[in-house]
Design a protein around this ligand. Structure first.
Ligand SMILES: CC(C)(COP(=O)(O)OP(=O)(O)OC[C@H]1O[C@@H](n2cnc3c(N)ncnc32)[C@H](O)[C@@H]1OP(=O)(O)O)[C@@H](O)C(=O)NCCC(=O)NCCS
Length: 234
């Protein structure tokens, strides 16, 4: 791949991000509803990714209708996810620990926390972090401590729908209430801005996160999400 090649762009109804150094992996996020995506255009983007050397392409977490579009193009299941939602009809917790707005200078620390907390496939690099922060028109990024953070949450909203985009706590500081307090902050922020539903997704086997979200009033939604993959070399 040429050093001049951009690592992130949007075209043909897709946002594309490339990660990896020795082995390039591309991540595609549809920017349009499935019925507005055009197969020929998306195939053109996949071909471009092949040309720049991407060996594998993963989708973002897709709803069933979007999954069908990509399955028809030859994508296969990589991982199923559970989608949960809080509808603010039950009382919401207040944060029990101080937090502050994250600064750009925290990003290295956030990436360290993220990479320690998540398994390799899910780990953010700086482009993925930037993408999560800019995915919605309004975003709140909170860290748990005044100085060096041990946990962070990224919450976005678009109209009346909120998205808990990322939550991670350094494994050395887990189970002391940081995650719960950051989720409470996300809920309070969303409620004050009249969000009707705060959505979050997590891996099916992530029992810690599932039990955290369910204990805070989130419930599972039908028709979960899935990440699909396309192996260029196969
Ligand atoms: C999920 C995560 C954010 C929880 O953060 P945390 O600071 O450890 O959570 P808390 O200490 O506030 O725990 C709150 C509740 O979550 C649940 N929980 C958290 N970790 C758990 C685990 N390993 N096993 C079972 N339940 C767990 C418990 O119900 C816990 O309440 P309790 O301690 O009173 O029993 C943290 O484990 C993490 O960063 N995991 C990796 C990244 C991740 O999965 N992010 C969220 C999914 S996208």
């Amino acid at each position: 791949m040429s050093p001049d090649q951009p690592l992130r762009w949007s075209s043909n109804g897709l946002r594309v991000r490339i990660s990896g150094t020795t082995r390039l992996v591309a991540h595609v996020t549809p920017l349009l509803p499935a019925q507005k995506l055009r197969k020929t255009k998306v195939l053109h983007s996949l071909k471009q990714l092949h040309e720049v050397g991407a060996e594998e392409i993963f989708t973002s977490a897709l709803r069933p209708r979007e999954q069908q579009f990509f399955t028809d193009l030859g994508f296969t299941l990589h991982e199923e996810l559970i989608l949960l939602a809080h509808n603010f009809e039950s009382p919401i917790d207040f944060p029990t620990r101080p937090s502050r707005k994250s600064r750009r200078s925290d990003w290295d620390e956030l990436l360290k926390i993220d990479n320690a907390a998540f398994s390799q496939f899910w780990q953010f690099d700086d482009l993925a972090l930037a993408e999560a922060i800019s995915a919605t028109p309004r975003t709140r990024v909170r860290v748990d401590a005044p100085d060096t953070p041990s946990g962070f949450a990224i919450t976005g909203r678009s109209g009346r729908i909120g998205f808990l985009q990322r939550l991670a706590v350094d494994p050395h500081h887990q189970r002391i209430g940081i995650g719960r307090s950051l989720v409470a902050d996300a809920l309070q922020w969303s409620k004050k801005r009249f969000v009707k539903e705060l959505l979050v997704n997590t891996q099916i086997n992530n029992s810690g996160a599932l039990s955290l979200y369910e204990s805070m009033g989130f419930t599972k939604k039908h028709g979960g999400l899935a990440v699909l993959q396309w192996s260029i070399t196969s």
